[in-house]
Design a protein around this ligand. Structure first.
Ligand SMILES: [Zn+2]
Length: 243
């Protein structure tokens, strides 16, 4: 029995007990609320791998820089230039609806040895609340948008916002996709100070880490070169490899 089946079984059992108990039972209500929080935490956290199994490592002594939410016609080429200059490869998770018009940029990513994965079609913040059918369509369309440009891209998927649930798990299985997580989250979409961002990354990153960044904003681009130089100084390799 899978974890999802166990969780759903407990939820149904709790609902039945609560609905069939004539006297309001605060303990049961508290248990139901606690269980809901637990499921919410499991939907948002990557490390427990509760709903979905993730790839969570690159090879030893290597660091995989991963960039989400592109391709971005302004910032992605700048990131690619830096990676090329330092002979470094990375991984890019592309939003399906941004593919159109950026085909040459995606072909450049692939030609320069970077790994590519999909990041849903719409990157809708409500994806975690969608029906199974709608979720599967969006994830499938995102993957197809990439496959049309690069058929040999592989079957990698990164969930927007790191959200997973039984519908997303179903969609991944249906589309034959494997989820790739991260071990270091840069929070570069909220940390707007490049210096602080760079310092925190230098402190946190160690060998075999997968680092989550976004190639959609200038201040992330502004720290990529310094980060690469620092990681190389620490004798780490930076290759697009998953373990
Ligand atoms: Zn994203």
């Amino acid at each position: 029995m899978s974890k999802i089946q166990v969780a759903l079984g407990i939820a149904v059992l709790l609902a039945v007990v609560i609905l069939t108990t004539s006297i309001p039972n605060l303990y049961l209500i508290a248990l139901a609320v606690g269980f809901s929080f637990f499921l919410f935490a499991m939907a948002m956290l990557i490390k427990p791998q509760f709903f979905v199994k993730y790839v969570l490592k690159t090879t030893e002594n290597n660091v995989l820089l991963s960039f989400d939410d592109g391709p971005d016609p302004v910032n992605t080429p700048l990131v690619l230039d830096i990676l090329k200059k330092h002979k470094v490869t990375a991984m890019f998770f592309l939003i399906g609806e941004k593919v159109k018009g950026n085909e040459a940029l995606i072909q450049r990513m692939h030609a320069e040895g970077h790994l590519l994965g999909s990041h849903s079609y719409s990157h809708d913040p409500m994806i975690g609340l969608w029906s199974r059918k709608k979720t599967t369509l969006d994830i499938g369309d995102g993957h197809d948008a990439l496959q049309i440009i690069i058929p040999e891209a592989g079957n990698w998927y990164r969930p927007p916002f790191g959200v997973t649930n039984p519908n997303i798990a179903f969609a991944l299985q249906k589309c034959g996709l494997h989820a790739v997580g991260w071990t270091v989250r840069s929070y570069d979409t909220v940390k707007k100070d490049p210096e602080k961002l760079l310092e925190s990354l230098k402190r946190k990153i160690k060998g075999s880490d997968i680092v989550l960044l976004h190639d959609t904003q200038a201040y992330t681009v502004s720290i990529v070169e310094s980060l690469i130089v620092e990681l190389k100084r620490k004798k780490m390799t930076l290759k697009a490899e998953l373990n």
